[in-house]
Design a protein around this ligand. Structure first.
Ligand SMILES: [Zn+2]
Length: 136
């Protein structure tokens, strides 16, 4: 067994391996397989095969630089999607105590205390000042 693991380790040396994009694609693949149990479509089966082929290609690929670029592109999209939901969750969590606004100069997101009326706000990123009117 130890000898087999050593051979496998040698085989995988210099290859991309399993990354976040592969993990995501594998989840999609699994969902498609489960859905196809009920639908049993030949088109979906072909797409599943192509997807699994792409996952295996990515794991075994020796062009690590290119695979890492693809993975980084995927991670950017994933972070923007997750970031949106995290911001919404924070807005709901802080609804009684804070308001979220945009800086009028650099468009940075700012969290200000909830105090009714007009206030001057200084952006910590660009140091620009602007007036905010908090109604509720
Ligand atoms: Zn700013």
């Amino acid at each position: 067994m130890n000898r087999f693991l050593e051979k496998l380790r040698q085989f995988m040396q210099g290859r991309n391996g399993y990354d976040a994009l592969c993990y995501f694609l594998f989840i999609i693949y699994t969902l498609m397989v489960v859905i196809n149990l009920f639908v049993s479509s030949i088109t979906m089966y072909i797409i599943e095969l192509l997807l699994m082929g792409y996952i295996i290609f990515r794991v075994l690929s020796k062009n690590i630089h290119r695979r890492q670029k693809e993975n980084l592109f995927y991670l950017k999209i994933q972070n923007s999607v997750f970031g949106f939901f995290i911001r919404q969750k924070n807005k709901i969590r802080d609804i009684r105590t804070h308001r979220y606004i945009r800086c009028k100069h650099c468009k940075a997101r700012l969290r200000v205390k909830r105090r009714k009326g007009k206030h001057n706000v200084r952006c910590p990123r660009c140091r620009g000042e602007f007036e905010v009117n908090i109604r509720l």
